[in-house]
Design a protein around this ligand. Structure first.
Ligand code: ZN
Length: 401
């Protein structure tokens, strides 16, 4: 089995290296925005969009001829930008993915450049073409990088530079130490996650804990004269708080996903299109969204709690340990009774409590949903005949799909 693993380190560029990195980020952003703008102009005129990366590469050549400064940047990250843009379009036009169309990049947002080749890696330095050896800080937790480095990404995030190495290596197939341990998980808003065994994982709620302070700092920032000395100080505080919040969230997600994937071989989640959920609030001109304010609050928490990232981590951690992540249809998981299978809107009396009108089952609403999620996976697997499932798990979760 091939294992892809990322390693991320804090990059420590000198002032002159940083200037070059910023210049390269700027070139990459320029190329992205220029091709995007051309596409939008074509679209307005009703011309078809050539969306393959060959067509985009041809346009990169034209841009380079027109703008001399693009020739100062290394060609690899620019070509990568073009490939990234092409795949962003392909994702947006693939109905099964339902991704948003690519948007313009703005200076100061999290930005990155990726090099698929022409780099070198040593213990605490990375060689970037046209820049040279740049030092990074190898953290205490990090072992020596294992496997072959396939690409290097340099990223500017919250005012800090990072370098990430994507590696590839062959590892032996593993069997999970607990092959019969199966769990359904309902990701929630009031709590981060409810497990079908009746336990819960609380969120770090980095936003909740820090939201007040962030709002205060942002208000202060808005009162300052832009680009003045005090504005810069206030801006640095906001950036630092964002950085701390991101760290708290990342730490929480890694701890939760590691714990679950160690103790369960099969994890079942709802196949929620997190993108779609967070996009639906404002609606459109014909059908303005209902409950916009409530949904906006919900969206913030969805993004805050990082469910998409949680799913991604669970998937790879399970694969590495010989387990598997299953996704099931999310319809009515909160309105179905996990004991008798009755589906009714009246079953849900409050946000927290579930009471079945048919059989009288009373349960925490999220635990009930988690049991339904587990039950659905059971049905799907029995129907397909693959994936052996322990008898205990079958009995634990009745089939309700
Ligand atoms: Zn019931």
């Amino acid at each position: 089995m091939i294992r892809h693993q990322g390693y991320r380190f804090l990059l420590k560029p000198t002032a002159s290296e940083e200037a070059l990195l910023r210049q390269f980020l700027g070139c990459s952003r320029f190329v992205w925005n220029a091709i995007l703008a051309e596409n939008e102009a074509r679209y307005e005129q009703g011309d078809p969009l050539p969306l393959n990366s060959f067509a985009f590469s041809a346009r990169l050549m034209i841009l380079k001829r027109r703008h001399a400064f693009l020739r100062d940047a290394h060609s690899q990250p620019l070509q990568q930008t073009v490939r990234d843009l092409a795949s962003a379009y392909q994702r947006a036009f693939d109905p099964s993915l339902g991704a948003d169309l690519p948007i313009f990049k703005r200076k100061g947002e999290a930005e990155s450049i990726r090099l698929p080749q022409a780099f070198k890696v040593q213990r605490s330095g990375v060689y970037l073409p046209k820049i040279g050896w740049v030092a990074f800080r190898a953290s205490k937790r990090t072992r020596a990088i294992e496997g072959k480095v396939k690409s290097v990404t340099v990223r500017l995030e919250s005012g800090r530079w990072y370098v990430a190495f994507l590696t590839e290596r062959e590892i032996p197939e593993k069997t999970h130490p607990r092959p019969n341990a199966v769990v359904g998980i309902d990701v929630g808003v009031t709590r981060f996650a409810a497990l079908s065994d009746g336990t819960f994982i609380d969120g770090p709620n980095a936003f909740k804990r820090h939201a007040k302070r962030l709002a205060c700092l942002q208000r202060r920032l808005s009162r300052r004269v832009k680009r003045s000395a005090n504005w810069r100080k206030a801006k640095a505080r906001v950036t630092k708080l964002h950085f701390q919040m991101a760290n708290i969230r990342r730490d929480h997600l890694h701890k939760s996903s590691a714990k679950i994937s160690k103790s369960h071989a099969i994890v079942v989640l709802e196949d929620l299109r997190i993108k779609n959920m967070s996009a639906s609030a404002s609606g459109n001109i014909e059908t303005p969204g209902k409950y916009v304010a409530q949904k906006r609050g919900l969206n913030r928490r969805i993004l805050d709690q990082g469910w998409g990232e949680f799913r991604r981590q669970l998937k790879y951690k399970l694969e590495w340990s010989g387990g598997k992540l299953l996704l099931v249809d999310p319809r009515n998981t909160s309105r179905t009774c996990s004991a008798c299978g009755d589906v009714s809107a009246e079953n849900r009396t409050t946000q927290a409590a579930f009471k079945c009108v048919a059989c009288g089952l009373a349960l925490n609403a999220d635990t009930n949903a988690a049991r339904n999620i587990l039950g659905r996976a059971g049905c799907a697997r029995i129907a397909c005949g693959d994936l052996p499932l322990g008898e205990s798990a079958k009995q634990e979760a009745p089939c309700v799909a």
